[in-house]
Every structure is written in structure tokens, then in C-alpha cells.
Design a protein around this ligand. Structure first.
Ligand code: FAD
Length: 594
């Protein structure tokens, strides 16, 4: 795998990738599987028995469990050894995030600590700051929080009013302001706080210790879900923050905040896989026990449809998540080879994949909401009972569409970032798009009949990519610089890009899997791909048509719509039988084992 080629962020829209170029979850090594097992054991012994108590907002208990996970080494997975961590690869970090993702509100507290609460100091802090804070955050001796949001500054994060005034002798800053919705606020020892120094236009980042005089933490918010996770406002009243606690340079805070959000989005993309697999396993176990009309409900076609759909979307999202995770690992290695510090190389590589990070955040959080919702439905009335895990899962999943940048913001970012990268010259998007627009009659590739199963799938996926290119080209020409104001059209394009990336990642994964295991043992995976592509083509057709109808001149519309029709044509499929086969495997396994 070492010599294979990683794509640039967003390049998937125009490039072709081979199965050998990607990493798939079936390639985890023994150490990775062992780390995942340790996380699962931890959830089983320390988290699941305590969920009811945690949901009663027992801050002390959450703190205790977090510390235990630190004692076990789970908090050090992303931290280099010199700061008491284990310096694992990005793929392993994501696998840890996935596994802990099945831990309901514990997962939110754990991820906020290990990710946004620790990594800004690891990636942007100096050696003294890393030694003083990161080495203790990595073991759970200290617990961390990340404080960006304010009452008046949510999506528009740079508009915060929290202010840091340098003292006259230059030894410290005097911090005043207020933060809101801060995860782990109730027990965090350290906070990464974003504030503007004097009248700066952009933020700076500081390490604030919760014990510093003037730091006041409000009681926990009463929330819809993730009730066990402490979320509160924090007030800063003339807090004296030592000058040496500035992270990076003055004014670098906004860049730090954005980079850390890219990382948070990717990790959220991994978290939701664990939560989805847990909800699917809960769903099928119930369906295999509950009888109505004298038979198990898992024998009903309507229930099989739901189970299969839960699997298909989870499998697709997982395929894409580990594809980009490995791309990030390759870029980290490339950057380290140029002499870059490992922490910096990691965050630079993560930030590079901003398109995929936003895409996975949106697709993954919506995938989990779908899975969690169907899990409740499969349980019928019991799904509405607080006794059942799926009830908690349903409430807890909803937050993922809101934090780490709302899905509205991230949908916009997917397209905007890809276009900016293309303009920068990372890949040729606009020439490709222009070529297609000039030959709309012949735009669709048609299978000749001599292609292999996977070659044919790639051809259809290539056609779907062309819909995205046509929409980008047409909308950019029509709106020019005003395209940023056409959010509905950007959303259409973003939705197409998501479908394409998931479909392609799934196809490449199954192709590689067949090469590893033999086609005979993979037929159900072909069912997954067949159904996904069949549905995906329809979604792309709808999004593409909506976009065209919103930007094209009346005389252009018919020809553009017929091009989209041709590009989204996929073979007929007995989706009912394909879904039944997928569900039957799940039902036989009685848990998610794909
Ligand atoms: C449980 C929980 C935990 C959290 N943890 C943390 C934490 O640890 N640290 C932290 O700093 N923050 C945290 N947050 C804050 C979270 O990141 C913000 O809530 C989020 O960024 C959205 O900001 P907002 O709530 O102000 O919504 P707003 O920005 O007011 O958005 C309201 C609506 O308008 C939409 N919108 C806003 N701007 C645009 C635009 N330009 N175009 C289109 N639509 C737009 C949004 O998508 C949304 O639908 C947490 C929030 C919650 C609920």
C-alpha cells in the first residue's frame, strides 16, 4: 500500500482511483483490532452499566469514568509517546473514535476531551505547553474543554466578544467574556479559550485553567439528549491568564479553531459509525425476539427493508471514512519526511482534507439519524420507552447535525472548499466541467457489455461525478462570485458530491474485499453496492435537476435535464430481493457483522 497514490482533497470529483489505492476496514492489523476490543470492553464494563446514572447529570461519575479511560491509556491514542501517549496512526485514532462512538454521552465527553480539548495544545502549542498540559491530558490527570461558541457567536465563530487585554507589564492577559454550550465545562481542568486580543479582528487561543480566579462555570444545561455529558456556560471575569498560555501566535486562534474543527468533523464521522452499528445490532436483536401475528417481526419484508437500509448507509459511510483516514496518514508521512514536526504535520494533513471532513460530518450525522430513527420504529412502542437503548440512541444522535459546525455550514463548505482547491490548482475541475458542458449530447459513458462488474459500476459512478461537474460549471457561469449566496444550489451540488464519494468508496472497498476473499464470499456486498448505486443515481438526478432548474436559462434547461437523465441511468434492479438478502445476513448474524 505504501506506494499507492493519495488524492488531493476534493480531487475525487475528477480523478479515478483504483481499489489498491484505498485502505479498507478489513485490513486492520492485530494491534488495531486489539485497541478496538479494549475500547469495547471499557464500554461494556464501565459505561453501559452507568448510563442511567450518567443521564441524571452525575458530573462526578462522568469525571471518574473519564479518568478510568485515561488510566487504561485510551486518551493517549492520538498523542505522541514523548507526551505520555501512544502515537497511533490516524486510521487507528478513527477506529478508536468509532468504537467509543457506541458510548452515548460518554463518547461526547471523551471525544471533547481527547480531541478539541487536548489537540489544539498538541498541534499548535510550544514544547513547554505540551509538557505541562498535553502530557497530563493524555493520561486523564487533567480533563479538557474547548471554548469557542458564545451567545452571539455560533456558526459565525469569529464574531465572539470575549476579550484578552495584555497587562501593562506584559506578564499576562486579562480575560473577560462568556462562552456557551461548552462540553465538559462542569469538570474540565483546562480550557482552550478563543478570545480577541485588544481590538484584533481575529481570534487568539489561550490555555485557561478552570481554577484561575474569575472563571465561573454555570450549572449544566438541560438538554434533549447526551444528558450525561456536562454542557454549560463559562464566564470569565478579569481572569489573569499568564502570557505564556497563548497558543501559537497572536491572531492565530481562528486558524487553530478551524483546523481543529476539521479534525472534529472527521472524528465525528467515525463516532457515528460506532453508534450506528450499536443501533443496528439492537434493532436486529429485537426483531429476532419480538413476535407478532405468530411470527418474528424480522420475517416481515417491511422490517427487512429497514434493517437492510440501516446496513447499506452505515457500510457506505464507513468505507468513505477509512478511505480518507488512510489518505491523511499518507499525507502526514509525506509532510514528516520534509522535516515537519509530527503534531504540525498531523493537523496540516487533516486540514488539507477539509472537503471530505465536511462531507463525512454531514453524511455521517444524517446516516446516524436515519439509523437511530428506524431503530426506534423497529422496536414499535418499546422504542418509545426509556428502558430501551434505542430511545437513548435516538435522542443522543440528534446533536451530531448541530455541533462541529452545523450541517448547513458544512454542506456549503463541501462545495466552496472543493472549488477553492481547484482554483488554487490542486486539480483540474473547471476545464473538465467546461468540456462536458460543451458536449452535452454525448456526455454519458455507456457500458459496452464487455466490462467487469466493478468496471461497470465505476462507469456509472463516473457519470454521477459528471452531474456534479455540470452543476458546478453551470452555476459558476450563471452566478459568478454571487454563487456563495445561492445556498440552495450549493446544497444540491454538495448532496451530489456526498453521494458520489460514498458510492465510489463503497465500490472500491468491495472490489478490494473480493480480491482479498474471493467473489464467492462477497455476494451480499455486491447487493449493498447495487442498491446503494440504484438509489444514489436517483438522488443525484433529483439534486442535479433541482440545481439546473434553479440556475439555467429556460432555453438551456431541456438539454441539460436530458443530459442529467442520461448520466443517472443505471440498470434495473430487484431492490426488494437485494435488500432481503442483506437483511437475511444481518438476521442470521443477529448483530452488525459486515
Ligand atoms: C450539546 C452541545 C455541545 C456543544 N459543545 C461545544 C463545545 O464544547 N465548544 C464549543 O465551542 N461549542 C460547542 N457547542 C456549540 C455548537 O458548536 C454550536 O451550537 C453550533 O456551532 C451552532 O451555533 P449556534 O447554536 O449559535 O447556531 P446558529 O449559528 O445561530 O445557527 C442557527 C441556524 O442557522 C443556520 N445558519 C447559521 N449561519 C448560517 C449560514 N451562514 N448559512 C446558512 N445557515 C446558517 C444554522 O445552520 C442553524 O440551522 C455545543 C453545542 C451543543 C448544543
Amino acid at each position: 500500500m505504501e506506494n499507492s497514490k493519495a488524492l488531493k482533497s476534493g480531487e475525487f470529483l475528477v480523478a479515478e482511483t483504483t481499489a489498491q489505492d484505498i485502505f479498507i476496514p478489513e485490513e486492520y492489523n492485530e494491534e488495531q483490532l486489539m485497541i478496538a476490543q479494549t475500547c469495547r470492553d471499557f464500554l461494556n464494563t464501565e459505561v453501559y452499566p452507568n448510563l442511567d446514572k450518567l443521564d441524571k447529570q452525575d458530573r462526578e461519575l462522568m469525571k471518574e469514568i473519564l479518568k478510568k479511560s485515561g488510566d487504561l491509556g485510551l486518551m493517549g491514542v492520538s498523542i505522541p509517546e514523548e507526551y505520555n501517549g501512544f502515537g497511533q496512526s490516524f486510521v487507528t485514532q478513527m477506529l478508536t473514535a468509532e468504537t467509543i462512538g457506541a458510548g452515548y454521552s460518554f463518547s461526547v465527553a471523551f471525544m471533547a476531551h481527547c480531541g478539541i480539548g487536548t489537540l489544539p495544545i498538541m498541534y499548535y502549542g510550544n514544547e513547554e505547553q505540551r509538557q505541562k498540559y498535553v502530557s497530563r491530558l493524555a493520561t486523564g490527570e487533567l480533563l479538557g474543554a474547548y471554548c469557542l461558541t458564545e451567545p452571539g457567536a455560533g456558526s459565525d465563530a469569529n464574531s465572539g466578544k470575549t476579550n484578552a487585554k495584555p497587562s501593562e507589564d506584559g506578564t499576562h492577559y486579562i480575560l473577560n467574556g462568556q462562552k456557551m454550550w461548552i462540553t465538559n465545562a462542569g469538570f474540565a481542568d483546562t480550557q482552550v479559550v478563543f478570545a480577541k486580543i485588544e481590538n484584533d479582528r481575529v481570534l487568539s487561543a489561550f490555555i485557561v485553567e478552570s481554577s484561575m480566579p474569575g472563571v465561573v462555570v454555570a450549572p449544566d444545561e438541560k438538554k434533549m439528549g447526551i444528558k450525561g455529558s456536562s454542557t454549560a456556560q463559562i464566564f470569565y471575569n478579569d481572569v489573569k491568564v499568564p502570557a505564556e498560555n497563548l497558543i501559537g501566535a497572536r491572531g492565530e486562534g481562528f486558524r487553530i479553531a478551524l483546523s481543529i474543527l476539521h479534525m472534529g468533523r472527521l472524528k465525528l464521522g467515525a463516532n457515528v459509525i460506532g453508534a450506528a452499528k450499536k443501533a443496528i445490532s439492537d434493532s436486529v436483536k429485537y426483531a429476532n425476539e419480538r413476535k407478532q401475528f405468530c411470527v418474528l417481526i424480522s420475517t416481515f419484508g417491511a422490517i427487512k427493508h429497514k434493517l437492510a437500509e440501516q446496513v447499506i448507509r452505515t457500510f457506505g459511510h464507513e468505507s468513505a471514512t477509512y478511505r480518507v483516514s488512510y489518505d491523511i496518514d499518507r499525507l502526514i508521512d509525506e509532510m514528516k519526511a520534509t522535516g515537519m514536526d509530527k503534531g504540525r504535520a498531523t493537523i496540516e494533513a487533516i486540514s488539507h482534507y477539509a472537503v471530505e471532513a465536511a462531507l463525512l460530518k454531514v453524511y455521517g450525522s444524517e446516516m446516524l439519524d436515519f439509523v437511530a430513527d428506524e431503530a426506534v420504529q423497529i422496536h414499535g412502542g418499546m422504542g418509545y420507552s426509556a428502558e430501551m437503548a434505542v430511545e437513548r440512541g435516538y435522542r443522543d444522535s440528534r446533536i451530531n447535525r448541530i455541533f462541529e459546525g452545523t450541517n448547513e455550514i458544512n454542506r456549503l463548505l463541501v462545495v466552496d472548499t472543493a472549488m477553492k482547491r481547484a482554483m488554487k490548482g490542486d486539480f483540474d475541475l473547471f476545464d473538465e466541467a467546461e468540456k462536458l458542458s460543451n458536449d452535452l449530447q454525448n456526455v454519458a459513458c455507456k457500458p459496452s457489455g464487455s466490462e467487469s462488474y466493478f468496471e461497470e459500476k465505476q462507469l456509472y459512478i463516473k457519470n454521477l461525478k459528471k452531474v456534479a461537474l455540470l452543476a458546478i460549471d453551470g452555476a459558476s457561469k450563471q452566478f459568478g462570485k454571487k454563487l456563495v449566496q445561492e445556498q440552495e444550489v450549493l446544497n444540491n451540488i454538495s448532496d451530489i458530491m456526498m453521494q458520489v464519494y460514498i458510492a465510489e468508496s463503497m465500490a472500491l472497498r468491495i472490489n478490494k474485499l473480493e480480491a482479498m476473499k474471493g467473489a464467492g464470499s462477497c455476494s451480499v456486498y455486491r447487493d449493498i453496492l447495487d442498491v446503494y448505486l440504484y438509489d444514489s443515481a436517483d438522488l443525484v438526478r433529483k439534486s442535479g435537476s433541482d440545481a439546473v432548474n434553479s440556475f439555467a436559462q429556460p432555453e438551456q434547461i431541456p438539454v441539460m435535464l436530458s443530459a442529467i437523465e442520461a448520466l443517472t441511468k443505471v440498470p434495473a434492479l430487484n431492490v426488494k430481493e437485494s435488500r432481503r438478502r442483506i437483511a437475511d445476513k444481518l438476521i442470521a448474524d443477529n448483530e452488525y457483522k459486515f
